[in-house]
Design a protein around this ligand. Structure first.
Ligand SMILES: *Cc1c(COP(=O)(O)O)cnc(C)c1O
Length: 411
């Protein structure tokens, strides 16, 4: 099949500006509030509290900074084990290590692709001393947050929610970013709402919000000179960035609607192919549909082998694999991406403990066993899954071309 490449690249997920952003940025410029203090920062914090329904929101330089300060608030100390989502972006877990903690990875389940409550239970049996759990909502789909929070409560553990990818998604009608004691959102360039960068820590605890404000501005004490009693960080959001976010926030619902339409078009178009979309539990959650993903049925997978940095596949009639689909997308100037490679498979975290629901709970297999059996859910989804072009500026015509190219891979 010969398909002409798009003249303009179709992105996985790129920033979508609306014009209002420039107004707020210009005002910051013209009033000389080119600083980490200013009206836009206060406004962003106010609007996010209102939209998400949290008591306090502290504007920071990145979602990663929010997660780092969340680790400090949760009291992670050197040598402490922390239970973390396994299949996520590494920014979810690196902050554990910034504080000297040891991430223990928890396998995902198949209904939302997020932390498996059953595996989490097992992890508490193996490591009853653990006091902090970090859960992420992958690709904008909420995890089984009630179940996970209930398990944390039983074991007296603090829950931290990484809602960087799920802003605007709801679980039983409640916004994500409110289920943990401390929660992080992100305004990175590829997120559903962007400031080009930036993030926030959300909490209902006044003392935690105050600590976060203090730590993020170099931990200055109330004194006539720079007085320091604690370690400080330069993590505050810029008033310029906050201006971009102020302009973006009113468009959150519009972006979600566009992303949902993209997901539904893929789902409908692929209903006769041996594939499924990234799943969610329709009766209890509404994702923000940040990225649309595809999972190829096991018996429609051709042979695919991945080393640490490269992938090879052997084409078979009627079968395909993520590597082939990604190659075909690249050829038409469209951007897809492999599923986030699980943390337990990453060279940096390979020696960390990893807990699965199946088996004895201690699983060290990063190899995908392709004789019909996989040893963990994350490795399986990484092997058979991929992220599709999900940019909200993609036209229906462009998406139709992408759909035809993907269908062609199954020929
Ligand atoms: C983007 C992202 C982050 C980090 O946010 P930054 O603002 O880029 O630091 C954290 N966790 C997940 C799951 C993310 O996708």
């Amino acid at each position: 099949m010969e398909v002409k490449a798009f003249e303009k690249k179709v992105w996985l997920s790129s920033p979508t500006m609306h014009g209002d952003e420039l107004k707020y940025v210009t005002e910051a410029y013209e009033t000389n509030w080119m600083s980490t203090v200013g009206k836009n920062i206060n406004e962003v914090e106010r609007i996010v509290c209102e939209k998400i329904g949290c008591k306090y929101a502290v504007a920071l330089s990145a979602g990663t900074a929010a997660l780092h300060l969340a680790m400090k608030l949760a009291g992670v100390k050197p040598g402490d084990k922390v239970f973390c989502t396994d299949m996520t972006f590494d920014a979810t877990v690196n902050p554990v290590v910034y504080e000297g903690g040891v991430p223990v990875f928890i396998d995902c389940e198949r209904e939302t692709w997020n932390m498996d409550p059953e595996a989490l239970e097992k992890a508490f049996e193996l490591y009853p001393e653990v006091k902090v759990v970090v859960v992420a909502n992958l690709y904008g789909v909420p995890a089984k947050l009630d179940e996970i929070r209930a398990i944390c409560d039983v074991h007296g553990a603090v829950l931290v929610e990484d809602a960087a990818e799920s802003m605007g998604a709801t679980y039983k009608g409640v916004q994500t970013g409110t289920f943990g004691a401390y929660n992080a959102i992100s305004f990175n360039g590829n997120k559903i709402i962007t400031g080009s960068s930036g993030g926030m820590l959300l909490t209902d605890h006044l003392e935690a919000a105050n600590k976060t404000r203090k730590w993020s501005t170099q931990s200055r004490e109330n004194a006539p000179w720079y007085q320091h009693e604690e370690l400080g960080y330069n993590y505050r959001m810029s008033n310029v960035i906050a201006g971009v976010v102020c302009g973006q926030l009113p468009y959150l619902e519009e972006h979600i609607a566009q992303k949902k339409a993209i997901y539904m078009r893929y789902k409908e178009a692929f209903k006769d192919l041996p594939v499924t979309m990234n799943p969610y539990m329709e009766d209890i959650m509404e994702p923000n549909f940040w990225l649309s993903c595809l999972l190829i049925d096991e018996d429609a997978m051709c042979k695919q082998v991945r080393s640490e940095t490269e992938a090879l596949y052997v084409k078979e009639p009627g079968k395909t694999c993520p590597t082939e689909i990604l190659e075909k997308l690249t050829a038409i100037n469209a951007e897809g991406r492999p599923i986030w490679k699980p943390m337990h498979m990453q060279p940096i975290y390979r020696m960390n403990p990893f807990v699965t629901a199946e088996g004895n709970g201690r699983c060290r297999s990063d190899a995908y066993i392709d004789n019909g059996k996989t040893l963990n859910v994350g490795a399986d989804i990484f092997h058979r899954g991929l992220c599709l072009p999900s940019d909200n500026k993609m036209t229906v015509e462009e998406q139709n071309v992408i759909i035809e190219v993907i269908k062609g891979c199954f020929a």
